[in-house]
Design a protein around this ligand. Structure first.
Ligand code: URP
Ligand code: ZN
Ligand code: ZN
Ligand code: ZN
Length: 461
């Protein structure tokens, strides 16, 4: 089976040029001069459109246990929504429950995902217990294609790790070619602020933001960077939201340390004002780190331009407004943490191109090429080139759409971006050569997605 994607502007991180893309089987066979005569079974007209490598969302939580409930998207619904939005690979977090083994955790996540994904997927591992057994098992995780390990400086009593535990895990990561991913917020201090707020009767969703000040993200980020420096471990800061944290990352990168960071669309477009919406509406925007005052946004865009922020992932973690966010009515600390977004990352970042915040090539770089290299999937993913997987998005840069829960495909009853008008729209999506989305709708299949074993972070020096 061959497909010719004809007449589009091919956009890679390294440049944009008119070319036809020939797909043979699951891979890209050739980039051809426009109109070069070639036979193909199927032709897709990409005239006036961009042809880009499929998006890679390096941070999702499908079916994740949290606070007595589960995030609302299954691997089936979440990866289908991803495909609709031009994301053809996700990397999801397997969560080690305290007292259980990392390998059993990996098995558990395979049982949830295998045969149930519409697009390709990999895993990161959340390490909740740092002991001799877990540290040893990190080696087996690397052999099983999982070389990124998330730890938490937040959530005491749940995922929280002490500085000593982080140090030990970082030493192991350094030894085995792993990268530690850090949720960097000072959870010990935050828990005091939360207890004080509740004792004073301050229970609304906005208090979630007020009790997690940006300074405590900056402090934790600096501390994680220091521990990484002492141990020589690479460090990847997840969901960076605050200018103070970005400053710490920038300083570390300027001195040549292997420190990387991602931000998420919610921190670029939403703010503390959303958390302050009345009638418990603010609960829709509860995630950690919290949405920040608007002035942080321009700093994050600057970070994306200067490459102090390397990646934009969604931290997709959907909880329904009606039956799940509700758990925290009367006590903001019980609102399940997370915002849905896997479907809209490519569109939201395209607004950065429309507004002149980032270039067209940078859009592709932060949403596909860098995640591919950072998470050991390149050159299979993240680039349009002969031999790469034919994960391809035909994107119409002038189409208009309005984001709404009424039309999205995520299994959640609200959109954090409800009513937002978007310039640009996914037209056609191929996953390993198969058209999974086009004008006629979803043409993919749950079960088409394959597990990806991942190799070394290509940015390590
Ligand atoms: O609030 C969030 N971000 N929920 C998902 C879990 C995490 O910390 O990434
Ligand atoms: Zn986190
Ligand atoms: Zn997350
Ligand atoms: Zn629901």
């Amino acid at each position: 089976m061959s497909t010719l994607i004809k007449g589009g502007l091919v956009v890679n991180a390294t440049g944009a040029f008119p070319a036809d893309v020939l797909v043979a089987g699951e891979q890209i066979a050739a980039l051809l001069a426009p109109g070069f005569p070639v036979q193909a079974d199927e032709t897709i007209d990409a005239g006036g459109k961009y042809v880009i490598p499929g998006g890679i969302d390096g941070h999702t939580h499908m079916e994740m246990p949290f606070g007595g409930t589960f995030s609302a998207d299954t691997f089936a619904t979440g990866t289908t929504a991803a495909a609709w939005g031009g994301t053809t690979t996700i990397v999801d977090f397997a969560v080690q429950a305290k007292g259980t083994s990392l390998l059993a955790t990996l098995d558990k996540w395979h049982a949830k995902a295998d045969g149930n994904c519409a697009v390709d997927y990999g895993f990161h591992m959340i390490v909740s217990d740092v002991d001799d057994t877990s540290l040893k098992e990190m080696e087996s995780c690397v052999s099983a294609g999982v070389n990124t390990f998330k730890m938490f400086m937040a959530y005491p009593g749940v995922f929280y790790a002490t500085d000593g535990e982080i140090l030990r895990a970082m030493q192991k990561a350094r030894e085995i070619g792993g990268t530690v991913m850090m949720h960097a917020e000072n959870g010990i201090a935050i828990d005091q602020l939360v207890a004080q707020a509740l004792a004073q009767g301050r229970t609304d969703p906005v208090e979630h933001g007020l009790t997690r000040p940006a300074e405590l993200e900056g402090e934790a980020t600096s501390r994680a960077i220091t521990l990484a420096k002492v141990t020589g471990s690479p460090l990847y800061i997840v969901h960076l939201s605050a200018a103070q944290a970005l400053d710490a990352v920038t300083r570390a990168r300027d001195t040549g340390q292997n420190v990387f960071a991602e931000t998420c669309p919610q921190y670029l477009y939403l703010s503390l004002e959303d958390l302050a919406k009345p009638d418990f509406e603010g609960s829709k925007y509860v995630a950690s780190p919290p949405l920040r005052p608007r002035e942080h946004q321009s700093e994050l865009w600057r970070g994306l331009r200067t490459n102090d922020l390397s990646v934009v992932s969604t931290d997709h973690c959907p909880f329904c407004f009606k039956d799940q966010k509700e758990l925290g009515r009367g006590d903001f600390s019980k609102i399940p943490n997370g915002i849905p977004g896997v479907e809209h990352r490519m569109d939201l970042l395209h607004q950065g191109v429309v507004k002149g915040e980032i270039s067209l090539e940078r859009w592709v770089e932060i949403s596909s090429t860098t995640p591919a290299r950072m998470f050991g999937l390149h050159p299979r993913k993240g680039v349009l080139a002969p031999g790469a997987d034919a994960d391809i998005v035909v994107y119409d840069p002038t189409a208009k759409q309005t984001i709404s829960a009424a039309t999205h495909h995520m299994n959640v009853d609200y959109s954090a971006y409800e009513g937002m008008e978007i310039t640009g729209k996914v037209d056609t999506v191929l996953s390993r050569g198969r058209v999974v989305v086009d004008g006629s709708g979803f043409r993919g299949a749950v079960g088409h997605g394959r597990f990806l074993t991942r190799e070394l972070n290509q940015y390590l020096v």
